[in-house]
Design a protein around this ligand. Structure first.
Ligand code: NAD
Ligand code: WQD
Length: 333
């Protein structure tokens, strides 16, 4: 299948590119490089032997986007491109709505105009908002009590995709709700390399490991969990990427929604201890105030993806940490 990957030089998109090429698909990448670097293309080639064709295009530029669709005959689109910093979205909501929602509308318009009818979309567990049970299933009501404009862009895009599918019975969409992706390809060649300050726990842990940050701030230890720190469902990004390949290959008309997570929760303190064990060095940490908006605990119920797609995680949090250390080594040289 010939697939356009939006956001394909980014963290998750680049791993999806590797898995798609490895599975025999033809991949082209579109990205405006606002949070990734062009040299990722060469790294994808080092891993797979194929350098994907690249379009340095912003999804908000409708004319440039249309030229991409004119030039190539895609069968499918994997849509990763978007801004993802929760805190920044609170400060700049309009930028997030314009980029994520506006960019997606341009993309869907081009797909309609060029009769590209297969889509896989990067959604997030954040669309579940606050729920009574920490174990999230796809049937739960979404879109309520979402903690940030970023999260609301994901919920809105999900609705837009549902409406587009409703209007065209041939349209095939798979919405994948990711939990907390960590780790990187085992080669250490590609990984999470955000421009500017990171937002998530693992990139902060790596910055402490490299000495860029002296100590990890653990945001609160008075939550109602076994050790008082928040519990999340960390999923190895290679497992996540493989889930995309399977979802794309098994796509049928209509909208399917799947949680991609491990189903297992790990606390922040457990993450600190695991990283110290895997790296053989104590990770310095300090407990500080809670971060606004953090929920004590949530994790995926991933049984629908296993039942319907035959997908489940194969790698562990320790594997992700080992691969992260390899990525750090590769990038020191
Ligand atoms: P990332 O920032 O590494 O990748 C996103 C890519 O999109 C970047 O390369 C960026 O340059 C590009 N981009 C952003 N706006 C664009 C635009 N208007 N036009 C063209 N390119 C644009 O992020 P990621 O972690 O790889 O996330 C990929 C997707 O998965 C995002 O949609 C994100 O919201 C979603 N997601 C991520 C996580 C996570 O924790 N990483 C969790 C759930 C969902
Ligand atoms: C994990 C845990 C923090 C940093 C976010 C988005 C969500 C999704 C995934 C995109 C929390 C704690 C963190 C630090 C810490 N992204 N922490 N010290 O908040 O579960 O989810 O990323 O869709 O939408 O909200 O992930 O990695 O930020 O935090 O103690 O320096 O680590 O409090 O408990 P989160 P995270």
């Amino acid at each position: 299948m010939k697939i356009l990957i939006t956001g394909g030089t980014g963290y998750i998109g680049s791993h999806a590119a590797v898995e798609l090429i490895t599975a025999g698909h033809e991949v082209e990448i579109l990205d405006n490089l606002c949070n990734s670097k062009r040299d990722v293309l060469g790294k994808i080639e080092e891993i797979t032997g194929v350098e994907p064709k690249f379009y340095d295009v912003d999804l908000r530029d409708a004319e440039a986007l249309e030229r991409v669709f004119e030039e190539s005959d895609f069968e499918a689109v994997m849509h990763f491109a978007g801004l993802k910093a929760v805190g920044e979205s609170v400060e700049k909501p309009l930028e997030y709505y314009e980029n994520n929602v506006g960019g997606t509308i341009n993309l869907l318009e081009c797909m309609e105009a060029y009769a590209v009818k297969k889509l896989v979309f990067s959604s997030s567990a954040t669309v579940y908002g606050v729920q009574e049970s920490p174990e999230y299933t796809e049937e739960m009501v979404t879109g309520l009590k979402i903690s940030s404009p970023y999260g609301r862009t994901k919920a809105m895009i999900e609705e837009i995709i549902q409406d587009v599918a409703q209007s065209d019975p041939e349209f095939e969409a798979t919405i994948l709700r990711y939990f907390n992706p960590i780790g990187n390809h085992s080669s250490g060649l590609i990984g999470e390399d955000p421009n500017g300050t990171p937002n998530n726990l693992m990139p902060f842990i790596t910055k402490v490991a490299t000495g860029e940050i002296p100590v990890l701030a653990v945001f609160g230890n008075d939550f109602a969990t076994s050790d008082g720190t928040c519990i999340r469902d960390y999923i190895h990004v290679v497992d996540l990427a493989k889930g995309h390949v399977i979802a794309m290959e098994q796509s049928t008309p209509g909208v399917k929604i799947y949680n991609l997570g491990s189903g297992k929760g790990t606390s922040v303190m457990e993450m600190v201890k695991l990283f110290s064990r895997v790296s053989g060095k104590n990770l310095p940490y300090k407990v500080v105030e809670r971060r606004a908006g953090d929920l004590a605990e949530f994790y995926a119920n991933p049984s629908k993806a296993e039942r319907e797609l035959g997908w489940k995680v194969e790698l562990t949090v320790e594997d992700a940490m080992r691969d992260t250390l390899k990525y750090l080594q590769e990038n020191e040289q």
